[in-house]
Design a binder for this molecule. Structure first.
Ligand SMILES: Nc1ncnc2c1ncn2[C@@H]1O[C@H](COP(=O)(O)OP(=O)(O)OP(=O)(O)O)[C@@H](O)[C@H]1O
Length: 639
């Protein structure tokens, strides 16, 4: 061991300890991924060095050939992954190899149940990176020196992965990072060069820099006819192609290679659902390689986290999470863009109002939407997986990307009264295909839960007439629908709006019967208005109900209940909204109340009917105790 100085011991951040625990248990059957993770970190470090060297070529320290080397030492029982990339300073090491910098990590670990089988599902949502070393190692040493610093500014980090790590200053001649894994007794298979070589070939063929292993020299060999095979010298030999995958021709890239590349770009364990690789020529020249993952990362909904793709300019890595190349409603997409038209010194600010950025972004959106549409048409099973994971993100689309509204809505899937199950598999095109003769609108309902939507009294007339209604119960639905007024030239109509009127579909006889009932109930309506005063906006007779005595609805231009609830939950000031009270003249209870001649008793009954309808609509009352007292009083009377 070399001289160390200024040695300190630090404790890992709690989340690192939790991650280590979780990882060692859940990734055991997938343990060789540590090689992929460490090689992709090394390749990222080389990318970062090249980028920084654009401004300061001295960082190359007269050696611009970046590479990763992997070696095993059978005696010492170690495998070493060594790069000559950007390296780390002492502060970098403490920050990156002692904590997890991702925001939302605490909440993520807060979700662990302690049940190993369940928790191990969660690890897939969380790229494990460097810490995956501890799946196979009982001791890890990192020796690193940041490019451009003097050789005595090296740093050594060491840990057994059990709660703490030590850090010390060392002398390191070469810039870059060596990660030395001391293998656990049962992991000695990783000392076998052939095994390591075959894993690396699989994991890193697409990596843009050489990944090398040492090849021993051979002595001269005698052959019978005297034509001897000359001796070879030992040396480092690249075992991958070393060309960045996206620069290669599509026809030369196998599905396996695309998948492996995805895993190292996205730090995901799973394969992607689909990908789309394009070289665009013409006005704006760029290559994009975009992937649709199978699983949402844990921080998909975290607003503080930048979600984006990698940006390369002329094959030089420029930045991670470049968010300007895709709109936020497609933030689940992973991958990269390599542009020939952006300057190498491009910054996030320059990207903001850049024509090339805009053209690339539009192209990316087009391609992702096309890919999803094809997936929906050709691989419905994959699409169902996609929809379950990312459907709610896509629902932000109409608000963010007005011009693609129709294409985005085509991708939506809902539950509906057609199957009456919670499964979201009805497309708007399916719905339109089943519309009844004379039906002009697409009907939907929004509610807190699927069962509240499915059992809403507003659906009674639709069920009676056999008209399908989309059942929406995701939080984002109400907001999405406020930006989606029509699809395929058909208007959307919320069934809880007072203007939902299916009377045009009634035959003459029914229309006449309804008119008569309305006349007959005219005095009920007047009395109820007087009894309820300004508690309601209006009282009217409805023919929309079969089983319920009454419902409350809102005016076409007023906010409906779900929107009001959303605002309330967000702590926003609520506009004053009064409901329209609609009563069912066919219902026995309503008929009974209509016959009540005592005005005071009539008022009690009407108030109970209104509270019941409010309860069915909102799930709560402003004054529930009042309702209960009133109801009990009436029950005593009738019993
Ligand atoms: N070989 C290396 N050279 C330089 N820096 C490195 C190296 N390996 C890791 N790092 C630094 O440590 C950080 C943490 O690495 P780690 O692998 O845990 O996470 P990550 O690569 O950022 O993300 P992910 O968790 O998605 O893998 C990196 O972001 C990088 O800054």
């Amino acid at each position: 061991m070399s001289e160390v100085a200024h040695k300190e011991t630090h404790g890992f951040q709690t989340e690192v300890k939790q991650l280590l625990q979780l990882m060692i248990h859940s990734l055991y059957s997938n343990k060789e991924i540590f090689l992929r993770e460490l090689i992709s970190n090394a390749s990222d470090a080389a990318d970062k060095l090249r980028f920084k060297a654009l401004e300061n070529s001295a960082l190359f320290e007269n050696d611009g050939e970046v590479r990763v080397r992997v070696s095993v030492d059978k005696e010492a029982n170690t495998i070493t992954i060594s790069d000559n990339g950007i390296g780390m300073t002492r502060d970098d090491v403490i920050e990156h190899l002692g904590t997890i910098a991702k925001s939302g990590t605490k909440e993520f670990f807060g979700n662990l149940t302690g049940d190993q089988a369940k928790d191990s599902q969660l690890i897939g949502q969380f790229g494990v990176g460097f810490y995956s070393s501890f799946i196979v190692a009982d001791n890890v040493t990192v020796r690193t020196r940041a490019a451009g610093l003097s050789t005595d500014r090296g740093v050594q980090w060491q840990s057994a992965g059990e709660g703490e790590f030590s850090i010390a200053d060392i002398e390191k001649a070469e810039r870059g990072t060596d990660v030395i894994l001391h293998l656990k007794e049962e992991e000695k298979e990783f000392l076998d060069e052939w095994k390591v070589r075959s894993i690396i070939t699989r994991y890193s063929d697409h990596i843009g820099i050489p990944v090398e292993m040492y090849k021993e020299g051979t002595p001269e060999q005698e052959v019978e006819d005297g034509d001897n095979i000359p001796a070879t010298e030992g040396g480092w030999e690249a075992i991958n192609k070393g060309t960045a995958l996206w620069t290669r021709d599509k026809s030369d890239i196998s599905d396996e290679e695309y998948k492996e590349f995805y895993k190292s770009v996205a730090h995901d364990f799973d394969e992607p659902l689909k990908w789309v690789h394009n070289k665009v020529e013409g006005k704006t020249e760029y290559t994009s390689l975009l992937y649709i993952p199978k699983r949402a990362p844990f921080d998909l909904w975290n607003r503080d986290v930048k979600h984006g793709i990698k940006l390369y300019v002329q094959r030089v890595f420029i930045m991670d999470e470049a968010e300007k190349f895709l709109p936020s409603y497609l933030r689940f997409v992973k991958g990269l863009v390599d542009s020939n038209d952006l300057p190498l010194n491009v910054s996030r600010e320059i990207l903001q109002d850049n024509k090339a950025t805009q053209a690339i972004r539009n192209g990316n959106v087009k391609r992702v939407l096309q890919t999803l549409t094809r997936m929906a048409d050709n691989s419905p099973e994959d699409y169902a997986i996609f929809w379950k994971e990312f459907g709610n993100v896509l629902k932000e689309g109409p608000a963010e990307d007005f011009s693609n509204k129709e294409k985005i809505a085509k991708l939506y899937r809902f539950a509906s009264t057609h199957a009456d199950t919670a499964e979201q598999n009805v497309s708007l095109d399916d719905y339109i295909g089943r519309m009844k003769e004379g039906q002009e609108k697409i009907y939907y309902i929004t509610a807190d839960t699927f069962s509240a939507a499915k059992n809403s009294p507003h659906l009674e007339v639709f069920r009676k007439k056999g008209i399908e209604v989309l059942l929406m119960s995701e939080r984002v639905d109400e907001w999405m629908m406020s930006h989606l007024t029509e699809y395929s030239e058909k208007q959307f109509q919320h069934v809880a709006k007072a203007n939902t009127d299916l009377s045009e579909m009634d035959d003459e006889e029914t229309k006449k019967a309804h008119e008569e009932a309305e006349k007959e109930f005219q005095s009920f309506v007047e009395r109820a208005k007087a009894a309820l005063g300004d508690k309601v906006k209006e009282v009217k007779v409805t023919h929309k109900l079969t089983d319920s005595p009454a419902v409350i609805t809102t005016d076409e231009h007023d906010m409906n209940t779900q929107m009001l609830k959303l605002l309330e939950a967000a702590g926003q000031p609520l506009p004053e909204t009064k409901y329209i009270f609609e009563v069912n003249p066919e219902h026995a209870l309503v008929k009974r109340v209509a016959d009540e001649s005592d005005e005071a008793a009539f008022k009690e009954w009407v108030e109970v009917l209104l509270d019941q309808a409010t309860l069915a609509e909102r799930g709560s009352l402003d004054n529930p105790a009042d309702f209960v007292t009133r109801l009990n009083k009436l029950l005593v009377k009738v019993s």
